[in-house]
Design a protein. Structure first.
Lengths: 455, 252
């Protein structure tokens, strides 16, 4: 729609008790007998808004609002007759839809008031949207071209055509696309001419990078057309949990990565959780089980568009500790609606000894041993001492019933199956003759024996 | 016939004293400068509560831990109880333990002052003007100091006579963080590479995930390794191999 380009300012026309004005924004411009509404592109529509106000001191009936002229119609006319109180007004519009370039005129009649309206339609490139099934759709200024819905990161293309249906050459002085999500995809050099009957096609692509509603404008020779489209979030990829080493047991720090089943089409984030179920009902939770940085049972991961793997606060992997209690570890990676779950069995093991030390003290021997029993069932300790020649010293293997003490310890400790063992052996005789010791520990899963520990 | 000796024990639980207890790997410094106990064994660590705040330097033996606060020195025993606290010069410190694992020496780099920790007393011994990276106890009269200079580390033996020069006993082609471990072993960082040496001979080495910026003795066989990307690792300096483990990190 084009506002009138030229208005004749004249003394107020007060035919009878009605004053007819042209509305421009918030301003009422009185009209006279001949009114030039300006020019419009032959492909567009020109609309002018008028107001009839009762300037008398008594009520006035408006019984006639008519427009007669090729291409002209009236619009938004209230039901007639309409009675206007003193000072009241009613609004209506006059619309020109030109059939082609040329001069247009019409008579506007409001009650007994007659106004000659004049306008011009100029020849310009005709813009159409090409639709496969429906054929070309001619576009008027400020009409909306909807690109529909597509995933953020993908694109939708619409094809347009500029045509010169007239007998004279027309100019394409300007063709541009505004808006971050829209691109004029065909190389199109302006300004250029379109000869009579000539047409040119071009494309505009909707290329949203983020989800949501997007809008833009196409501007051609000062005429603007609205572009709109909606972008949806692409579905998140499926997470895949990758463990190194793949076969887990108690007492390990394991490297864990999240691989994406397909390359990510948009950035995203998810959460990785670990749950633990002890092998025996009633066993307390194991604080050594979980991620180490930061320590806990859950950690967040994220990825950028195009990524094939997730990252953990900038790192490619996260470290998981399997703890020191037999049971079942369940890892769950949740990413949007996708969830990957892996359950691992931490099998019961014979006692695992991490450290063993032996020292001679005045009058005796001291042994220190640290490790874990993921079954919490240590039953016996067996100490075997050796001389420098490697011979077993009397009285041979010394067996100690350790079940009660270890049961008491595991019931009170809150460190899973972790334990340290300190043993002191008073010695009469030459303690330096004792060269080494081997310690065997038995639990419900079997027996484990240290290597020979030298004093 | 193999030599016989009598152990004063019987084949029952009453023969010896023994107990099961939680295993403590040592103490380490978290990202907020708090000294924390580290429980567990290799691959299975559990964070203990923060024991001291504002710690700038620390070291542990199997039985003792010494921590340097901004202007104090604190000694913790094997159970983590504070046994002594001294006023001390500002800044970091370097520590050494005697053969029994008792804190014996402390060096204050900003003062260039070497002191003896004797019971409840901090006794100044002498100054060491060099850039000292680590110290170690030999006996009541001598110590070792690992000093930096000209892009390398030199191991010097010092007496406590003021101004007496040290005796060069070894030199190494690196000048990164270093410490003198027990049994005469040296641990030196060269970028991300950690070298373990004994009697000047390279025993083995291992690559950390990032360049190493600090080393702290954490316990009997453990060294806390701090890397430039903020990582905190536990290095096991066992007889068979060097192994690195990730230290748990307290949630913010």
């Amino acid at each position: 729609m084009r506002w009138p380009a030229a208005i004749f300012f004249a003394p107020t026309l007060l035919w009878a008790q009605l004053q007819v004005s042209l509305i421009q924004g918030s301003v009422e411009l009185p009209v006279r007998e001949v009114m030039d509404l300006g020019s419009v592109d032959a492909s567009d529509v020109l609309e002018a808004r008028f107001r009839a106000r009762n300037t008398a001191s008594a009520a006035v009936a408006v019984h006639t609002i008519q427009v007669a002229g090729a291409g002209f119609t009236r619009k938004d006319v209230p039901a007639l007759p309409a009675t206007l109180a003193p000072g009241a007004a009613l609004d209506f519009s006059v619309r020109l839809a030109p059939a082609g370039p040329g001069a247009y005129s019409a008579v506007l009649t409001v009650n007994t008031i007659s106004i000659l309206l004049r306008a011009r339609a100029t020849a310009g490139p005709v813009l159409s949207l090409e639709e496969e099934r429906r054929g070309p759709i001619r576009l008027a200024s400020m009409e909306t071209v909807d690109f529909g819905s597509t995933e953020a990161g993908s694109s939708v293309t619409r094809r347009f055509r500029l045509e010169n249906p007239y007998t004279e050459r027309v100019e394409v002085a300007e063709l541009a696309v505004q808006g971050d999500a829209f691109r004029l995809s065909a190389a199109f050099v302006v300004p250029r001419s379109l000869e009579a009957g000539e047409s040119l096609a071009f494309e505009i692509a909707f290329v949203p990078v983020s989800a949501g509603a997007h809008s833009g404008r196409m501007v051609m020779n000062g005429r603007a057309f609205v572009l709109s489209g909606t972008a949806t979030e692409p579905p998140p990829p499926r997470p895949q949990i990758v463990l190194d080493p793949a076969n887990l047991r108690s007492g390990q720090q394991v490297r864990l990565r999240i691989r994406l089943a397909e390359r990510a089409r948009a950035a995203g984030q998810g959460e990785l959780r670990v749950q633990f179920e002890p092998a025996q009902f009633g066993w307390p939770d194991d604080p050594a089980i979980g991620f180490v940085s930061p320590a806990g049972r859950s950690v967040r991961f994220s990825f950028e568009a195009g990524a094939e793997a997730a990252r953990f606060d900038g790192r490619d992997e996260v470290i998981l500790q399997t703890g020191t209690t037999a049971g079942r570890l369940t890892l769950e990676a949740r990413l949007g609606v996708n969830c990957e779950q892996v359950t691992l069995v931490l099998a019961p093991l014979p006692v695992v000894v991490d450290t063993a030390r032996a020292e001679r003290k005045a009058g005796g021997l001291e042994l220190y041993l640290a490790g874990f029993d993921n079954t919490r069932s240590v039953s016996q300790l067996v100490f075997t001492f050796y001389d420098r020649g490697g011979h077993v010293l009397e009285p041979g293997p010394i067996v100690v019933d350790a079940a009660a003490e270890f049961r008491r310890y595991f019931d009170s400790a809150a460190l899973g199956g972790l334990f340290a063992l300190r043993a002191a052996f008073p010695v009469t005789g030459d303690v330096s003759a004792v060269a080494a010791v081997e310690i065997e520990i038995r639990n419900s899963a079997g027996a484990s024996r240290t290597s020979r520990v030298a004093f | 016939m193999p030599p016989r000796f009598a152990l004063a024990l019987l084949a029952t639980a009453a023969f010896a004293q023994w107990e099961a207890a939680p295993p403590r790997a040592g103490y380490f410094l978290d990202r907020e400068g708090r000294l924390r106990a580290l429980w567990g064994v290799a691959g299975s660590f559990v964070l203990g509560e923060a024991r001291l705040e504002g710690v700038v330097s620390h070291a542990s033996s199997p039985a003792w831990t010494v921590a340097k606060l901004e202007r104090a020195l604190v000694l913790l025993d094997a159970s983590g109880e504070e046994r002594a606290r001294f006023a001390a010069p500002a800044g970091p410190a370097v520590f050494a333990f005697d053969t029994a694992g008792v804190p014996a020496l402390v060096y204050f780099p900003e003062e260039r002052l070497l002191c003896r920790i004797r019971g409840m007393i901090l006794e100044p011994l002498r100054t060491l003007e060099q850039d000292v990276a680590a110290i170690a106890w030999i006996d009541e009269d001598r110590s070792l100091a690992l000093v930096r200079g000209a892009g390398r580390l030199e191991l010097h033996e010092f007496t406590y006579s003021p101004n007496s020069p040290g005796t060069l006993v070894g030199a190494f082609p690196w000048d990164g963080p270093a410490l003198i471990a027990d049994r005469g072993r040296l641990l030196v960082a060269e970028g991300a590479r950690l070298h373990l040496l004994q009697a000047g001979v390279a025993l083995r080495d291992i690559e950390a995930p990032a360049p190493v910026i600090a080393l702290h003795r954490m316990g009997a066989d453990w060294v806390e390794v701090v890397t430039g990307d903020g990582g905190r690792l536990a290095l096991r300096i066992g007889d068979a191999e060097l192994r690195l483990y990730v230290l748990p990190e307290a949630a913010p």
